[in-house]
Ligand binder design. Structure first.
Ligand code: AMP
Ligand code: MG
Length: 317
């Protein structure tokens, strides 16, 4: 099965991966309503379920091996489905092995540090999958679209000279390479939604009382900067899709497809890491055998010395 799975994952993911070094113009290069032609919605349910189960089993091994970690970076405009994607795709994994952090407007304390500081505080540990709901990429997105946010960061004059954004792209690329060198894979997902789909989803948030809490008047103000955001996203994808941490553009107008695609990218990453349960060293194996002998000696009268082994034998017979 892994061979077939790997091949199908490859086919699904390939068109979504941003080739490092290529110049991206979002509107021209990526269709927010794309869904792989060979996949329909009802079949999709099955694929998502398979993806969720694969993720759970890989994550268990990732945690047991305790050597590699995975950082999942989710970027998107409001209502593109970041929260729902996390809820669905991660629904099968052990919560102890996952951390999620949503980055908001930075605090005074955070602004008193270099721009990557607050993101470094929230990185996953070895064995964990850490999800950034918004991420260090806000530093070249919202901060770029709203120059007063850069002013709030109180950079010294020398750091404001020249092309601030090019410099940040390089610093982010370097940081991600550093993470990879230390055993942490960075998986970058941009949920690409069309302007019309955002309008529809905002209206749903206004029309349905149980969705009102998701909507703020500021969201419509932000929407008025649509074209500037599309440009900032295009530049980000152009300059920060690297061999060591490529971007994936996830078509987000169809939520069901976006979830399958995100699941596929994550499973593919974990397959590449291929984590294994650690094998005990000879000394530890001897200690296990000694412990078994002692526990078998403690069997009460009439009980099997090793009831677990007994059950397995019977099941096998
Ligand atoms: P939400 O994700 O809808 O809860 O909103 C979080 C808000 O925080 C969004 O409006 C983001 O644009 C904003 N935000 C996140 N990161 C930054 C940042 N580094 N600088 C300024 N605003 C940010
Ligand atoms: Mg919001």
């Amino acid at each position: 099965m892994p061979d077939i799975t790997a091949k199908m994952l490859g086919e699904l993911i390939e068109p979504l991966r941003v080739t490092p070094g290529s110049k991206v113009t979002l509107a021209k290069d990526y269709d927010p309503a794309f869904k792989a032609g060979w996949l329909n919605r009802s079949e999709g349910e099955g694929y998502l379920q398979t993806g969720i189960e694969l993720l759970a089993s890989y994550q268990e091994r990732l945690a047991a091996q305790d050597t590699y970690g995975v950082l999942v970076v989710l970027q998107a405009l409001d209502a593109a489905g970041k929260d729902g994607t996390i809820r669905h795709v991660m629904s099968g994994v052990n919560p102890q092995g996952v951390t999620v952090h949503s980055f908001k407007v930075p605090s005074e304390e955070e602004l008193d540090h270099d721009f990557l500081w607050r993101y470094a505080q929230r990185l996953p540990a070895r064995g964990q999958i850490g999800i950034f709901n918004r991420s260090h990429y806000e530093e070249v997105l919202v901060v770029r679209v709203h120059p007063h946010l850069l002013e709030r960061q109180r950079l010294p004059p020398a750091s404001m000279r020249g092309d601030v954004w090019r410099r940040r792209y390089r610093e982010i690329n370097d940081w991600e390479r550093y993470l990879l060198d230390n055993g942490f894979r960075v998986v970058k997902l941009f949920l690409n939604m069309s302007r019309e789909e955002q309008r529809r989803r905002f209206l749903a948030r206004i029309d349905l009382p149980e969705k009102n809490w998701k909507f703020s008047a500021g969201d419509v103000a932000e929407r008025s900067h649509w074209d500037e955001y599309q440009r900032a996203f295009s530049e980000m994808l152009t300059h920060t899709s690297t061999e060591w941490a490529p971007w994936h553009v996830i078509p987000a107008d169809h939520k069901w497809f976006a979830r399958i695609a995100v699941g596929a990218v994550l499973v593919d990453t974990l397959m590449e890491i291929d984590p294994h349960y650690p094998k005990p060293e000879p000394q530890a194996r001897r200690a296990l055998q000694d412990a078994r002998v002692q526990l078998e000696r403690e069997a009460p009268k009439g009980a099997a010395p090793d009831p677990f082994e007994e059950e397995r034998r019977r099941a096998g017979a």
